[in-house]
Structures are given as C-alpha cells and as structure tokens.
Design a binder for this molecule. Structure first.
Ligand code: ATP
Length: 320
C-alpha cells in the first residue's frame, strides 16, 4: 500500500495530535504518501484532503485537540454520504484509511470497509474509555488527570467549609471516568450509569463518614447517571450539610496529553500504519494486558463494554 488517508472524528481527545504525528511519521518511514482529511467524515465528503509531510506534524506531540479538527457528520449515516466519501478517496487514489475516534467513528470505518471494500484501521481516540476490546482509549488518562486536579481543589474548599461537593464528569453512557477519578481522588461516593443508586444509602454513607471524623465529602457523578445540579438539589433535601454542584465540562477534553496517552498514541499510530503497509485492513488497534493488539473491526464494535465491579467494590471499601 503506497497512499493512505487519515482523519479524526467524533469528540476530540488529548493525544489525537500525538497519534496523527505517529501515523504520518511511520507512513513516511515506509515511503508511503499520507493525506490528512480535515473535519472527520464531513471533510471526507467535502474533500478537505491535503498531503502531509514530515514537518506537517512538527511540535504537536504535546498539544491537546486535533490538528486535523473533528466533526460529527450525519450525512455519513446514509448511503449517499458514504458514496461521496468513497468518491473522494478514489479521486485521490487512497488505498487505505486510518480513523482516529470513538465507537461512532468506528461504525463509519466499519461501513467503509464492509460495504465499500476500503481497508480501514481504527485508533480508539475518546476520553470515555467505552470500548470493550481495549483496556484504555486515547485521551482517557489525561481526562481523568484533569478531573483529579479539579477534585483536589474542590476538596480543599469543601473541607474548610465542611461541605459536600457533587462533581459531574463526562463519559456518555460509560462510568469509567467517574470510577477512575473517584478511586484515585479519594471520593467517598461515585454514581455511574452501570449501577442504580439509592439516595438514602448515599446519605447513610455520608453520615457515617462524618461520624468517623470526616469534614467534607466528594460525590463524583457520571454524566450518563445524573446531572450534578439535580443530584445536588435532591441530596440537599436529605442532609444538613451544605451541598455544592460543579460540572467539570469540556475542560476534560482539552489540555496537553499525559505520558500514558502520548505513549499509546505513538504505539497505536505506528501499529495502524504497519498493518496497512502489510495490506491488512478492517482492524482496530488497542492495548490489552500491556500489549498492543489489533482486532477485527466488526467484532470490536459489536462488543458490549463491561463495567469493572471489582474496582467499584474497592472504592466502597477504602473510601470511608
Ligand atoms: P466520542 O465517543 O468521543 O463521542 P465517537 O466517534 O463515538 O466519539 P460519534 O458522534 O458517535 O462520536 O461518531 C462520529 C461520527 O461517526 C458521526 O458523526 C458519523 O459521521 C460517524 N458514524 C457514526 N455512526 C455511524 C454509522 N452507523 N455509520 C456510518 N457512520 C457513522
């Protein structure tokens, strides 16, 4: 394979730029031409493609966001849009495509592969960590670290005023950001979409922690389970302690990628191009038990994400 395309799609995630760099540099190493497509599938349909060179990706390894920009594109959901996307690829003689994005982006890649025969490799780029086949997605580690910075600061002020902080984090339908941020920040309670919650139980746990000498509480709420504002109002009705709500919001998606995310980006980008070089398409790359893996794209998107109940129980045991 001599000529490949590259796009980022869906929600942006820290580490996407580092992955773009790894894809471009690996392709150039193997003497392949690499074309960047701006604005995801929308850009593929409109043809925003341009040739990338060694210096196109200089000085971006440390940057959040995505140099290629990203988009959500409804047109890609129907065959007319998909045919336009394929036409752009054919026009430029693109033989294989790397898609960096989340599960929606992978469905787009699966469709290009399955219905139109374009060899495609998916790199999991999303802060949500909502893909079952890989232990971690690109951007998750940085996003959780951003949550930790905010929660640490909230703990200072909540302790001074002896308050309860309800902190909303992202993750769509997946509770992993709340789980990992909760356990590593010392939050007393997490509320995730995978487990239904009972407000009276939460109040009992808070009361017990106060009896045990605690001066503040942190409740991390995943966006897929509840909104911080509504949850805080409901909790305030049942407790004498003052409750404050904070929604961390989009700052979770920005910022310089952590070492862990830059390392994943380097390995995912490199692996993706090596597969295409060997004429292998229709795969996604990931990490499992500390090894870089690849898997059939159709199988990967059909896997249902499992929640880590063991970690949840650990939090329950050590957080009081
Ligand atoms: P994140 O998890 O960070 O939100 P994502 O990749 O899951 O990222 P989506 O908005 O779900 O984000 O998907 C990105 C884009 O992928 C969509 O806007 C659409 O263009 C394309 N896409 C999603 N599902 C399909 C599908 N079934 N067929 C073709 N294209 C799809």
């Amino acid at each position: 394979m001599k000529r490949i395309g590259l796009l980022t799609s869906g929600g942006d995630a820290p580490g996407m730029n580092a992955a773009i760099r790894a894809v471009v540099r690996t392709a150039l190493y193997y003497g392949m031409d690499v074309f960047g497509i701006e604005r995801g599938y929308a850009g593929l349909i409109e043809d925003t493609m341009y040739k990338m060179e060694m210096r196109s990706v200089s000085n971006i390894v440390q940057l959040g966001g995505t140099r290629l920009r990203t988009a959500r594109c409804l047109e890609m959901l129907n065959p007319e849009g998909q045919k336009k996307a394929v036409k752009t690829l054919e026009k430029h003689g693109i033989e294989g495509l790397v898609v960096i994005g989340g599960d929606g982006s992978f469905r787009g890649a699966k469709c290009l592969t399955e219905d139109y025969g374009i060899p495609t490799i998916g790199i999991p780029g999303t802060i949500d960590n909502d893909l079952e086949y890989t232990d971690y997605t690109l951007g998750f580690d940085t996003a959780v670290n951003t949550c930790l910075e905010v929660i640490n600061k909230l703990r200072d002020t909540m302790t001074s005023h002896e308050r309860i902080s309800v902190v909303e984090v992202m993750g769509r339908h997946c509770g992993d950001i709340a789980l990992y941020a909760g356990i590593t920040s010392g939050a007393e309670i997490i509320v995730v979409p995978e487990i239904s919650y009972d407000m009276n139980d939460i109040v009992t746990r808070i009361n017990r922690s106060r009896e045990n000498g605690k001066h503040s509480n942190i409740v991390v709420v995943a966006e897929g389970a509840a909104s911080a504002d509504e949850f805080a109002k409901e909790l305030q009705e049942l407790t004498p302690y003052s409750v404050r709500a904070t929604n961390i919001g989009h700052i979770q998606r920005g910022g310089s990628p952590s070492m862990a995310d830059r390392m994943l980006a380097a390995q995912f980008g490199n692996k993706a191009v090596r597969l295409l070089k060997d004429g292998i398409g229709n795969r996604v790359v990931g990490i499992h038990n500390n090894s870089i893996i690849d898997m059939d794209i159709i199988e990967a998107v059909s896997m249902k994400k499992r929640f880590n109940y063991e970690l949840y129980e650990t939090l329950q045991m050590i957080s009081m």
